[in-house]
Write a protein that binds this ligand. Structure first.
Ligand SMILES: O=C(O)COP(=O)(O)O
Ligand SMILES: [Mg+2]
Length: 223
């Protein structure tokens, strides 16, 4: 195996988690009688983990929320999300084949998500994806998270990879900014939950489908 590592974001990149995130979030905010949010709201809510997603949903509904009210709501979200997992969440088309291709080529694979590690791990496990990855880190694994490039680099270190042989693949500004902040080449995917067109994120490359993730492309981008 080479020391080259491909680091994947989770929500909106590896797995289409939107229906379950929306459902669990709506279950959570219903405890405070807030009107449910829709899929179209998700791109503005997701990205910094469940805690921030709940806070943003309250802001969206113009409902005040204090710091000390958050833990109970976060528990409500976690309980609901964990119990329904994997729900309707599925890997994006062509993902499994792409992961197989990358593994066969000898690349290390890792997951760097802002989702809580305790939610990311069982989700990957129940979709039978865990074995592909040398490391899985969440938004609460380290003292920093995306868009801090250290989140990507600490994940690569855990995967046994080299810091100057990394490719980041993600769907939103946090992923591409983390890569750019660390001088790491990146690929953006347009099928996730970005609130701006992915063309505006400044990624090194864009793929519209995992079929386009080839060994040649990875080698060209890593250089
Ligand atoms: O769950 C979130 O808020 C973000 O998750 P992601 O970093 O895997 O996109
Ligand atoms: Mg994402």
């Amino acid at each position: 195996m080479t020391a080259t590592t491909i680091v994947f974001d989770l929500d909106g990149t590896l797995i289409d988690t939107a229906p379950d995130l929306v459902e669990s979030l709506n279950h959570t905010i219903a405890a405070r009688d807030l009107a449910p949010v829709g899929y179209e709201d998700l791109t503005h809510l997701v990205g910094q983990g469940a805690r921030v997603m709940i806070q943003r949903a309250f802001a969206l509904r113009g409902a005040p929320i204090t710091e000390d009210e958050i833990p109970a709501l976060l528990d409500r979200f976690i309980d609901h999300y964990e119990a329904s997992m994997p729900g309707k969440s599925r890997p994006y088309p062509g993902l499994i084949e792409a992961l197989d291709r990358m593994r066969t080529a000898g690349f290390r694979l890792a997951v760097c998500t802002n989702k809580m590690e305790r939610l990311a791990r069982p989700l990957l496990e129940r979709l039978e994806l865990t074995a592909y990855f040398e490391a899985i880190s969440g938004g609460d694994t380290f003292a920093f998270r995306k868009p801090d490039p250290e989140h990507i680099l600490a994940t690569v270190e855990r995967a046994g990879g080299k810091a100057d042989k990394v490719l980041m693949i993600g769907d939103s500004i946090n992923d591409i900014l983390a890569a750019r902040n660390g001088n790491i080449p990146s690929i953006a995917v347009p099928f996730g939950y970005s609130d701006v067109p992915v063309e505006e994120l400044g990624a090194s490359h864009i793929i519209g489908h995992f079929d386009e993730l080839t060994v040649e492309l990875v080698e060209r981008l890593i250089g």
